[in-house]
Design a binder for this molecule. Structure first.
Ligand SMILES: Cc1ncc(COP(=O)(O)O)c(C=O)c1O
Length: 396
């Protein structure tokens, strides 16, 4: 089929939940992808913070290929070695003792909500089930995760949403404290709001949330679905904030493109889940587990985190210089390789121009350009993207 025919078939047969760009991607390697007409792009969005080790990473590809010929699925009625090893590796490298595996970010958050409610039911006094979430947050597209998401545009048309979620402004500890009631069992926060516009809280914000949780006997849930797996320069973003959560959710880059999610907790909290409390047919599937293992081994051993910190600082500096040249830029902010450039106007034109010039970036909240390149990116690739962006903004 030609590219035009493919796109026509896409419109005909796929539900219209996305407004896709008019290209068909067929191949990827490292930070590059190619479309069906052979055009090359530098990918600075990485499948929205998923392919953090770059496309077709050899260790991940080899692990999936090999596992596909050995054992692809047996369900969680039985033990499988890769699941046990990945759970151990995640626990050894985080605050957590136990892991529940699922298939996506929304599912990981659903599991976290259920664990928090079950823990509250089993161990907290009174009748507690409310979670406090943040305005402008994003936690997924299932009904409960939409209810937790603090953006009304995602709620519209889906009422009634599940009860038990209240929202307070992000980065506002007084509002958070004031929102606690006798029904509250926990607080869910993203360390940096991704879909909400790459919003970074004050340095002591997460420590403040931890303190409020401790003072009030509440569970602290961190949604690290976008920030986790090295994106902000440490394996998990909380590791640079001087706190530990009680529950953490992961997905996106955990499988470098193979769908996998995880919900991690301390032994004490995890003890509220017993056989029958929660389940997933595909969760922890051998293919997903070997992908996750290959990702973890690469992140821990190949200097990827160090590269993320260095290249993150470099990209931030290069983009900040663009701010001086282009009045359309209001602010550049970020941590590691999670970087946002807030514009004074809509960003879709610039995104389209960059794409035409062979660079893929993303725009969130209408006016915030988002840069999420592979953590393995180098200076040359950054220079090329910055110069394309410079040109694209020239004509604004
Ligand atoms: C912070 C955060 N939580 C949850 C999700 C939902 O993940 P998924 O799309 O895998 O369900 C996302 C996705 O963008 C996210 O950024």
């Amino acid at each position: 089929m030609t590219t035009e025919e493919l796109i026509a078939h896409s419109d005909q047969y796929i539900m219209g939940t996305y407004s896709r760009f008019p290209i068909v991607l067929v191949k990827g390697s490292g930070a590059k992808v190619w479309d069906s007409d052979g055009k090359e792009y530098l990918d600075f969005i990485s499948g929205i913070a998923v392919c953090s080790l770059g496309h077709s990473h050899p260790r991940v590809a080899e692990a999936i290929k090999k596992q596909a010929g050995i054992l692809t699925h047996v369900s969680n009625l039985y033990h499988i070695e890769p699941q046990i090893i990945l759970a151990r590796l995640l626990a050894e490298n985080s605050f957590a003792d136990k892991v529940f595996f699922c298939n996506s970010g929304a599912e990981a958050n659903e599991a976290a909500f259920k664990l928090a409610r079950k823990y509250a039911c089993d161990y907290m006094p009174g009748d507690r089930y409310d979670l406090i979430a943040m305005k402008d947050s994003f936690h997924g597209r299932t009904l409960a995760t939409v209810a937790a998401t603090g953006q009304s545009k995602f709620h519209a048309g889906f009422a009634p949403l599940p009860e038990g979620f209240r929202h307070v402004p992000f980065n506002d500890l007084s509002a958070l404290k004031a929102a606690i009631t006798e029904k509250t069992c926990g607080i869910i926060v993203e360390p940096i709001q991704g879909e909400g516009g790459v919003k970074i809280p004050d340095d002591d914000y997460l420590r403040g949330v931890r303190r409020i949780c401790d003072d009030n006997g509440l569970l602290f849930i961190l949604d690290e679905i976008q920030t986790g797996m090295g994106r902000t320069g440490t394996l998990f973003a909380y590791q640079d904030c001087g706190i530990e959560p009680d529950i953490m959710t992961l997905a996106k880059a955990l499988g470098n493109g193979f769908p996998v999610g995880a919900m991690l907790a301390t032994d004490k909290i995890a003890s509220a889940f017993v056989p029958g409390s929660h389940a997933s047919t595909f969760g922890g599937n051998p293919l997903a587990m070997v992908a996750g293992l290959a990702v973890m081994e690469t992140l821990l051993n190949d200097g990827v985190l160090e590269n993320c910190r260095r290249m993150g600082a470099y990209l931030l500096e290069r983009l900040s210089k663009l701010k001086k040249r282009h009045p359309v830029v209001r602010e550049v902010r970020g941590k590691g390789l999670m970087i946002g450039m807030e514009l004074v106007e809509e960003g879709s034109d610039i995104v389209r121009k960059c794409m035409n010039k062979g660079v893929l970036i993303n725009c969130t909240c209408g006016n915030i350009l988002r840069f999420l390149p592979p953590l393995t990116i180098g200076e040359e690739e950054i220079d090329r993207v910055v110069s394309v962006l410079d040109e694209a903004m020239e004509d604004q």
